[in-house]
Design a binder for this molecule. Structure first.
Ligand code: ASP
Length: 345
């Protein structure tokens, strides 16, 4: 139960939740935070203290980049001791990337960082924003039986589920139920009550000092396979100057074309120092490269298995590891290890 003493910091970055329609263009544009709060008078009924801060210019999350992640991480680090939990209002388009990135950047996190937004602006009659915002605040204030925070990780609250941030993906542009976590159970079901799935919640070891890491190295790329992909496309991508890592989105359990040119491209790139991590285009299941010869060929060419990482978690984890100064070899080792609940080893 939340008590009167709980203090939550609400961080507004933008997104549909706070947008209003531009009368001239009819397009939705980010608006200021007071407009948002004016539309949720019920916030005043919550029995805990809520402070807020916002990006100078709220953005559509399509504009999100590592400089914004740094801004969010800095606000959390500067206010870490003073608050019991944090709620981030964010656009849905890149929410899963931000949730994944923050899960790596916020080291030794033992407080809730709950990210939410909405599919309809908060000023609209049928908005999902009000419910998402109120529930996110309640989750951020919830306590476990030991009196510590119920949630001690970065999570996404959307519609009727609380999901691990680095296991989440946006899967619907139309439905209120817009996020899924196909390879990990939901952390809580939101119904009449908020039912926490206690076995699924992360319980990081206590006593280590919280520390935000700020540098994300963006010399990374996705390579998405499709039947008919040309050698020139694969070679051009893998030889981009300065590139350190590639997340290869492969078929099924981690397969690609069974052609010598393909394996040669991968082998040459790995030998030239590129880290290539194999994740599946399927949203559910894990890469098992040894199941088919097409996968064995990739593994033999030096590609690393991304196990059941989401694409969002894979690319942001790479940015984080290279940002920490890891070599290709060390980054490859950590890509296969579970750091913050993002991967099933
Ligand atoms: N384009 C919006 C954004 O990501 C969509 C949303 O918030 O739902 O900021």
């Amino acid at each position: 139960m939340a008590s009167k003493q709980q203090k939550i910091l609400l961080i507004y970055t933008g997104g549909t939740i706070g947008m209003i329609e531009n009368p001239a263009t009819k397009a939705l544009e980010p608006f200021d935070f007071n407009h948002l709060l004016d539309n949720v008078p019920k916030i005043k009924m919550l029995d805990f203290e809520i402070d807020n801060c916002q990006f100078d210019v709220p953005i559509d999350s399509a504009q999100m980049d590592p400089s914004h992640w740094r801004q969010i991480a800095k606000v959390i680090e500067d206010n870490y001791a003073g608050y019991d939990g944090f709620v981030i209002l964010h656009g849905t388009d890149t929410m899963a990337y931000t949730a994944s990135a923050l899960s790596f950047m916020l080291n030794n996190l033992t407080k809730p960082v709950i990210i939410t937004g909405s599919q309809l602006p908060i000023g609209e009659v049928r908005t999902d924003g009000e419910e998402n915002l109120i529930t996110a605040l309640q989750v951020a204030a919830a306590r476990d039986v030991d009196g510590g925070p119920m949630v001690r990780e970065v999570a996404i609250l959307f519609q009727d589920s609380l999901l691990r941030g680095n296991r989440s993906t946006k899967f619907s542009a139309d439905n209120f139920d817009a996020f899924q976590s196909s390879n990990y159970p939901v952390l809580a079901h939101i119904g009449l009550a908020i039912n926490y799935n206690k076995e699924a919640l992360l319980r990081p070891s206590q006593g280590k000092e919280f520390k935000a890491e700020y540098f994300m190295d963006t010399n990374v790329a996705f390579l998405d396979l499709f039947p008919g992909i040309q050698e020139s496309v694969v070679r051009a991508t893998l030889s981009i100057p300065g590139l350190k890592g590639v997340v290869l989105k492969s078929f099924g359990v981690g397969n690609g074309p069974n052609s010598p040119w393909f394996f040669n491209c991968i082998r040459d790139a790995v030998q030239n120092g590129l880290l290539i991590v194999n994740v599946s285009q399927c949203s559910n299941g894990m890469v098992s490269p040894m199941k088919y010869s097409a996968g064995v060929g990739l593994a033999n060419a030096g590609i690393i298995s991304g196990h059941d990482l989401t694409s969002e978690a894979a690319i942001t984890k790479m940015m984080y590891l290279f940002g920490m100064g890891a070599t290709q070899q060390l980054a490859g080792k950590y890509m296969e290890k579970n750091l913050h609940g993002e991967l099933t080893e």
